[in-house]
Design a protein around this ligand. Structure first.
Ligand code: M6R
Length: 593
């Protein structure tokens, strides 16, 4: 069961794994470096018993990936075992304090400090011990704790990192996200910071940080367990790329009436009055979600005529940016648990801004801490490389842009309906692009020896380029860069030669000729050109390959273009033999700063 749970969380990224069970008044601990299969092998050689246990996949922060540093960690006396996500920032100070008391440390990790502290103070009542120890910890944590003095219990507590518990059929479970628990229960409890859960066979008791009992409501998760299976696809990433038509449609239908092309206003986070009073929107996010935010900026500014900034969450959280009245912050996050995005939204709240979450995970931290939420209905995204979450995020920005434009009187109800009708055509067009998969695969095969890839485009095509380059980098480890096409000649064109592949994206009518001039500049330097365009008339000299994007309004074309780019990244990574769903060094959900 522990291995199955860890398998459900494997997509989050890790470099070692371990478990501990309690059997006959002792811990049985097994650990292995690398993939979970190594731990399974270890368990075949040295099986464990017990009906109370904890498991962990570690992504190294303090101390290299190794068997000794991997969790669970036990205290000096061997009576407490701990698994931990997060970072204990003051661990050195605490470690020195414990060492002065004669405690001997075995690992380089910050987590061992937690195990040692709990072991040092525990007199047989872990709930009381936690009340003493938790205030000593600075940083972030989600902890699963076993104590030999209370062998029928598992203690769980978190600060800043997600932790979810649930019980069903005479068993209780904890996990760092819902995927690990889906097989057992859909009714889960999401722990808030410093709330303590005590899990037992008969159920779960909750406590406030001061130890007084707490009543908690469960949250029903509608995702099915099979949504987290590969369903015959070789990789989750490919499966998720192929799910896009369906998840785009279900997301759209949640916000818009398909029969009338009108909004379901109660699902949107703005009233007419709020929309009219809006002076500025800031969008914060990380990675792919940030790129979706850039699309959001373009669409909202163009349709609703509101000033929008898109900022990287890790920058925004420390910025001294000028902020004003009437400002709303939109935090975009697939997981809803990205540490920098959560910190950015907290900063915005301190500044008195209204905060709207755009997230995929019901009950996630970003959702819970925001004033209003728009959910992408993408279902669980397992591959580290975000695909369907990105496209549904961009779709939601399109919905929001049209809605705000209508509420602010920038477009009429009829114009709004025309935009919405067009949005309903997107899933079918995505399907048409997916049919071009053999062409994408064949071209990727020709590029096997390619070392540098540049993605160029202007405005929204540039934003697509940023996301295309990120997708390629993270799963194929190929060097790639995105450039605003007009900026190339200000330095970077010096890198272009006959060994470079340049992917030129040209869908935005107004500036298409400009981008094509930039294409000629790189053709002249001998680069191989892949042109991705909605304009069939663009072809000719120097263009090695052309992929056609179905036609439509410029504003919505990036949702289509990106599907080609996802497939391209996938096939480049496939032929390089990369671990596509779990790329090196990456975690799906970045819950530490
Ligand atoms: O869960 P989030 O959307 O907040 O994650 C943000 C980024 O870490 C994420 O988009 C990352 O860039 C993806 N791996 C990209 O595919």
């Amino acid at each position: 069961m522990l291995i199955a749970g860890l398998t459900g969380l494997e997509y989050r990224g890790y470099d070692s794994a371990g478990i501990a069970t309690i059997f006959e008044d002792a811990f049985q601990v097994r650990k292995a470096s690398g993939r979970l299969c190594n731990l399974e092998e270890e368990l075949h050689k040295h099986p464990v018993s017990g009906h109370v246990g904890i498991g962990h996949t570690r992504w190294a922060t303090h101390g290299k990936p190794s068997v000794v540093n991997c969790h669970p960690h036990c205290d000096h006396s061997g009576r407490v075992a701990v698994v931990h996500n997060g970072i204990i920032e003051n661990y050195l100070e605490l470690k020195e304090m414990l060492m002065r008391q004669g405690i001997v440390f075995r690992t380089e990790t910050d987590t061992e400090v937690v195990a040692q502290l709990l072991g040092y103070y525990d007199q047989g009542d872990m709930l009381a011990t936690l009340q003493k120890v938790l205030p000593m910890l600075q940083g972030s944590f989600a902890l699963g704790i076993l104590s030999l003095r209370e062998p029928e219990k598992i203690f769980a507590v978190r600060l800043g990192c997600p932790l979810i518990v649930g019980s069903a059929d005479g068993a209780s479970y904890l996990g760092s996200d819902v995927s690990a628990l889906l097989e057992y229960t859909r009714d889960m409890f999401i722990l808030e910071d410093l709330e303590i859960a005590v899990l037992q066979e008969k159920g779960i008791a909750f406590y406030h940080p001061d130890g007084t009992p707490l009543e908690k409501k469960s949250l029903h998760i509608s995702w099915s367990a099979s949504a987290a299976q590969k369903d015959g696809f070789d990789h989750f990433m490919l499966k998720e790329i192929y799910e896009q038509p369906q998840v785009l449609l279900s997301t759209l239908k949640h916000y818009v009436e398909e029969e009338t092309f009108t909004f379901r206003w109660d699902t949107l986070p703005f009233t007419k009055e709020q929309a009219l009073n809006l002076e500025r929107i800031t969008i914060v996010a990380c990675g792919t979600a940030y790129h979706a935010g850039m699309m959001g900026k373009a669409m909202i500014e163009r349709l609703a005529r509101i000033k929008v900034e898109a900022d990287i969450a890790s920058e925004y959280r420390y910025s001294e940016t000028m902020s004003g009245e009437g400002e709303t912050l939109i935090a975009v996050s697939q997981s809803g648990e990205t540490a920098d995005t959560i910190a950015a939204l907290r900063k915005a709240k301190e500044r008195g801004h209204r905060v709207i979450a755009l997230t995929n995970v019901i009950g996630s931290s970003v959702a819970r801490e925001s004033d209003a939420v728009m959910y992408t209905l993408a279902g669980p995204e397992i591959a580290v490389a975000s695909t369907k979450a990105y496209s549904t995020q961009v779709l939601l920005f399109a919905v929001l842009a049209v809605a705000l434009a209508q509420l602010r009187g920038q477009i009429t109800a009829q114009e709004s309906a025309d935009y919405l009708r067009e949005l309903f055509s997107i899933p079918g067009k995505v399907d048409a692009i997916l049919d071009c998969r053999p062409q994408v695969e064949a071209f990727a095969r020709q590029q096997i020896s390619c070392k540098d890839i540049f993605f160029i485009g202007r405005q929204m095509d540039y934003y697509t380029s940023l996301e295309a380059a990120l997708k390629l980098k993270e799963i194929s480890y190929l060097h790639s860069e995105a450039y605003a096409a007009g900026e190339l000649k200000h330095g970077t064109i010096a890198l272009i030669d006959d060994s470079t592949l340049v992917v030129a994206i040209a869908t935005q009518e107004k500036i298409i000729e400009k981008t094509m001039s930039n294409v000629q500049e790189v053709v002249a330097r001998g680069a191989t050109i892949l042109l991705v365009t909605s304009h069939p008339e663009l072809d000719g000299a120097g263009i090695a390959e052309r992929w056609l994007v179905p036609q439509g309004r410029d504003l919505f074309l990036p949702m289509l273009t990106m599907v080609y780019m996802q497939l391209f990244a996938y096939y480049m990574a496939l032929q390089k033999g990369c671990d596509i769903d779990k790329p090196r060094n990456l975690a799906k959900s970045v819950t530490v700063e």
